[in-house]
Design a protein around this ligand. Structure first.
Ligand code: ADP
Ligand code: MG
Length: 257
């Protein structure tokens, strides 16, 4: 991540609620993995979610676009409730992009084809338009010259930037990141964080599970700490890091900072 101060003028939180999670519970079989999660996200927020391994961070954000199903409570995205109704699931997935720790690119498709696959087949975008748009986003993540390569020919940092470009090709209004830099060699972390910073500067609503506390301090407007399937505390970054309330948060911060 660049050391220079970040221009935060484009990072504006509006009063429009985009995600509402109310009293949400989830079980994996007998295991109660999410316990009464409540979270309201407004348009333009950059939320960092942290917490020990196994605390339910991935499960929580995966519930938001129905990669996991919750069993109790409500999740609404742009006012649409997430139920078993496929129409609603589709509508919500149109709004929400997701980037994973292990990129999840299709290895047998080129970078360009990775980016155009869903626009062409899910959105029926004409191929030429889909390619134009893909090149636009590949330029944005600074790898237009890699368009005709296969993922395996790229570095981890480049692959993750392809994954971000691929998500952006679906024009999401919310981006979910699940430890996007955890699988990267240290020298590649900053190129991915810089891409995320640019997105934030353009006003994208973002939920990021990450251990990059420098990113949290500079970019997040809110940091959430999870432990044992619960949101233990949340605060704006300065307050969160200098004045953690719960003993569990203090312990966690003492281990990672
Ligand atoms: P985190 O992302 O905070 O590390 P996860 O959401 O991945 O945590 O996992 C929370 C807990 O749920 C962990 O104890 C994990 O082992 C368990 N878990 C995750 N996925 C599954 C699954 N598909 N089936 C059963 N247990 C799971
Ligand atoms: Mg996880």
């Amino acid at each position: 991540m660049s050391e220079a101060a970040i221009d935060t003028s484009g990072m504006k939180v509006t009063d429009e609620v985009v995600i509402e999670i109310q009293h949400m519970h989830k079980w994996y079989g007998e295991f109660h993995v999410l316990k009464n999660v409540n979270l309201t996200v407004n348009r333009g927020e950059r939320i960092v979610i942290c917490g020990p391994s196994g605390s339910g961070k991935s499960t929580m954000i995966r519930c938001i676009n129905r990669l996991e199903e919750h069993q109790q409570g409500h999740i609404l995205v742009d006012g649409i409730e997430l139920t078993n109704d496929l129409k609603n699931i589709d509508a919500i997935r149109r709004e929400v992009g997701m980037v994973f720790q292990h990129f999840n690119l299709f290895p047998h498709l080129t970078v360009l084809e990775n980016c155009t696959l869903a626009p062409i087949w899910v959105r029926q975008t004409p191929k030429k338009d889909a390619e134009e748009q893909a090149m636009h986003f590949l330029s944005k993540v600074k790898i237009p010259d890699q368009a005709h390569k296969y993922p395996g020919q790229l570095s981890g940092g480049q692959q993750q930037r392809v994954a971000i470009a691929r998500s952006l090709c679906m024009n999401p209004r919310i981006m979910l990141f699940d430890e996007p830099t955890s699988a990267l060699d240290p020298e590649m972390i900053s190129e991915v964080l810089d891409t995320m910073i640019e997105l934030a500067q353009e006003g994208m609503t973002m939920l990021c599970v990450t251990h990059e506390m420098g990113f949290a301090r500079k970019v997040a407007n809110r940091v959430i700490f999870m432990d044992g399937g619960e949101i233990i505390e949340q605060n704006e970054p300065e307050e969160f890091f200098t004045n953690p309330q719960s003993e569990r948060t203090k312990l966690f911060l003492s281990q990672i900072l």
